[in-house]
Design a protein around this ligand. Structure first.
Ligand code: NAD
Ligand code: MG
Length: 400
């Protein structure tokens, strides 16, 4: 290829998506160059990545950790410049030199840096679904206003994106002609067959042991509660301009079909592949071209059948809570997300039982008015308030 390499900023470089993105980039040194690597606080891991990739900038949200990284890289003779703090995350996401920003920070922490990339009109590869769930219409309005390009990395949304007619698929907020509904597939998570008593005793170690996908701790717990599918439903509403009642969830334990589009004529298009995030990452990086991802190929003769079932919203109420929040509008989805982040963190620290996650989210939603907001900072103030209410609900539960 004769074109200059694409300059990539990777937000969330040390995470599951971040490291898998680097694996794909490593297969295509002629196509991509790493401009900046950014993460939260794990400086040792970021140091190793910097020494291998020699980006122009490395950013850590945590100032102390950034100091350690700077000293370490200097001693190693690296020319990477180390920056710290949230403004620096936004700076490397919006820098003039950058073509592509991989948004792979976990949680609402990704809102400001991802939006900085949007406002700079970048090509954004969106893994950080929470950023879209929290800011919703404001995010999509900014994508359109600043001419940014939004390509989904989430495997289900990548599947839908690939099954839509090219051109119409660009997530630009226009309704999709000829599409009747979207079908989001869900693995059902590690507790798919567990009864209520087993769910009450579920541990963090059991929740993060996903049967098909290897992911960060927060999304693994979200998969176990089905909140991940709820967040993805909201994500799909925004990306594909579809109302929530035209998006169905179907449990498919083998994770071979990654989601489907049903057209008016009854045709259903699906995208298939092994459950490996390197496939949607490579698809997003090169779109509309296709490049090697390094993922294992699908062997149809080795498949022992494909199963489908309806999700059980009694045992997994988070999916229903997410759908209701989307339908309620305003900042209800920001409240849902904030309460979920607080509850998942408490569960991972063994301060809340597994069914408590859905309960804390429901109680927080019940305690808040979730008004519509016209700017992102106001939404983040609602997010903050929701976190405080969620913590109060947590304390009430643990003290009673
Ligand atoms: P992870 O926990 O493995 O990694 C999270 C990354 O975010 C790390 O690099 C961490 O340093 C960084 N980070 C955390 N807080 C930060 C902060 N305040 N400022 C800057 N950086 C911060 O998470 P993951 O599994 O890679 O998921 C990342 C995102 O991608 C999530 O939104 C998740 O829902 C989405 N996603 C993940 C997968 C998957 O397979 N892992 C699949 C689909 C979507
Ligand atoms: Mg997904």
């Amino acid at each position: 290829m004769s074109a200059a390499p694409q300059q990539v900023t990777l937000l969330g470089a040390t995470g599951s998506i971040g490291t898998q993105t680097l694996e794909v980039l490593a297969l295509h040194p002629e196509r991509y160059q790493v401009f900046a690597l950014a993460a939260g606080s794990r400086w040792q891991q970021l140091a190793e990545q910097c020494l291998q990739w020699q980006p122009r900038y490395a950013v850590l949200a945590d100032e102390q950790a950034a100091l350690s990284l700077r000293n370490h890289l200097r001693a190693a003779g690296s020319h990477t410049e180390v920056l710290a703090g949230e403004d620096a995350l936004a700076q490397v996401a919006a820098a003039n030199e950058v073509d592509t920003v991989v948004a792979a920070i976990v949680g609402a922490a990704g809102v400001r840096p991802t939006l900085a990339a949007v406002r700079a009109g970048k090509r954004i590869l969106l893994a950080n679904k929470e950023a879209l769930v929290v800011t919703g219409s404001l995010f999509m309005d900014a994508v359109r206003a600043y001419g940014a390009e939004l390509i989904p990395v989430d495997s289900e949304h990548s599947a839908i994106f690939q099954c839509l007619p090219r051109g119409q698929a660009a997530p630009c907020g226009t309704p999709l002609a000829g599409v009747r509904r979207l079908l989001l597939t869900a693995s059902g998570g590690p507790f798919r067959t567990w009864d209520a008593a087993q769910l009450r005793a579920a541990t963090p170690a059991q929740a993060v042991r996903h049967p098909n996908w290897s992911m960060g701790p927060k999304i693994s717990v979200d998969s176990a509660t089905l909140m991940n599918k709820g967040l993805e439903l909201i994500e799909a509403c925004w990306l594909f301009a579809m109302p929530a009642d035209r998006i169905d969830v179907v449990v498919h334990p083998q994770s071979v079909l990654h989601s489907m589009v049903e057209y008016e004529d009854g045709s259903v298009l699906a995208q298939l592949g092994t459950p490996d995030m390197k496939t949607p990452i490579a698809c997003a990086l090169a779109w509309p071209a296709r490049i090697d991802s390094g993922a294992r190929r699908l062997d149809f003769t080795a498949l022992r059948g494909l199963d489908f079932e309806a999700p059980d919203e009694q045992r997994f109420p988070c999916l229903r809570l997410a759908r209701e929040a989307m339908q309620a509008g305003g900042t209800a989805t920001a409240v849902l997300n904030a309460a979920n982040e607080v509850a998942v963190e408490a569960f991972l620290r063994q301060r809340l039982d597994f069914p408590g996650i859905a309960a804390v989210v429901a109680e927080t939603l019940a305690h808040m008015s979730a008004p519509a907001c016209s700017d992102v900072e106001a939404v983040l103030a609602v997010d903050d308030e929701a976190r405080q209410i969620a913590v109060a609900q947590l304390m009430r539960r643990t003290s009673s």
